[in-house]
Design a protein around this ligand. Structure first.
Ligand code: ZN
Ligand code: FE
Ligand code: FE
Length: 282
């Protein structure tokens, strides 16, 4: 006899839209899928404009163009009003962190009424290492060194104090490359999260990548729990059908890691929600 798993996770905080050139589907289609999945709360987290690149090198393929950011904010706010009473919609942004551009970053952070900001490191210098097109460049690295360098950059991002959660914390494993020893810089990342009150995102997209495992791994998630960090959940949907995907697996992952709650974001504040008997998810 099969036992039905009841999914209590009900907030998906990592969703893209057509405003970023790498995602498809209308806002309405994402919301419809979320409702179908029984989600009670969602957050859009479009890719931030590429403030760290010279203007002529910024590409719609991987980010919301700067001149459309205001439009994105207004679209999400309009949607929020439209669906009031049936689903809660939060305004987020997945911010690419590249060191050395704090002024531009600060402007981005304080220009709009974000509910939350996800910190993402997708670039090491000029290398967008999570992009399949540039996968050959992994061969230029010692993989342990790569992870160590990545975590150093991530820590610098956390220490700006601008962010609410770290997205896909162990992203360099995306294509299946994994460290072969302990990476002490990971400890420093978690320590910084404690110090700056930054949550860790459980990102289910890893399950649909060659890594075949959520970001972060169960062992990192367990360590995050040991550090007393809070966790939010996101599917990193780039298409409407990906909304809420692998949430059953995510819930199991969280329980195995010892988490009894997840967090919601409201105007840059974290609100914990118990997984068990979650009133949001009746
Ligand atoms: Zn994307
Ligand atoms: Fe990302
Ligand atoms: Fe994303």
């Amino acid at each position: 006899m099969s036992v039905e798993v009841v999914v209590l996770l009900c907030c998906d905080y990592h969703m893209h839209t057509f405003r970023c050139g790498d995602a498809s589907g209308t806002y309405e289609e994402y919301v419809a899928k979320a409702l179908e999945q029984g989600l009670k709360e969602i957050g859009f987290s479009g890719h931030s404009p590429q403030y760290f690149l010279p203007k002529d090198m910024r590409r719609r393929e991987s980010a919301i163009p700067e001149e459309e950011l205001e439009l994105y904010v207004r679209e999400v706010e309009t949607l929020r009003e439209k669906y009031e009473g049936s689903i809660v919609i939060r305004l987020g942004l997945e911010v690419d962190f590249v060191p050395g551009h704090d002024k531009e970053l600060e402007k981005l952070v304080f220009s709009y009424p974000w509910d939350y900001l996800l910190l993402s490191v997708h670039y090491l210098n000029d290398w967008p290492f999570d992009h399949p097109k540039y996968i050959a460049r992994y061969s230029e690295w010692d993989i342990n060194e790569l992870f160590a360098t990545y975590y150093q950059v991530l820590r610098r991002g956390i220490e700006t104090g601008f962010f609410d959660a770290v997205a896909h914390l162990d992203l360099p494993k995306k294509f299946g490359f994994r460290p072969t020893r302990e990476i002490p810089e990971l400890e420093e990342v978690l320590t910084s999260c404690v110090k700056y009150g930054v949550a860790v995102e459980l990102n289910t997209a890893g399950w649909r990548r060659p890594a075949q495992e959520a970001y972060p791994s169960l062992s990192i998630l367990q360590r995050a729990r040991d550090f007393g960090l809070s966790v939010c959940v996101g599917s990193d949907a780039h298409r409407p059908e990906e909304v809420g995907r692998y949430f059953k697996e995510a819930e199991e992952f969280l329980r195995k890691a010892g988490f009894t709650s997840v967090i919601r974001f409201v105007q840059r504040k974290k609100i914990p929600v118990l997984l068990e008997g979650n009133p949001l998810c009746e």
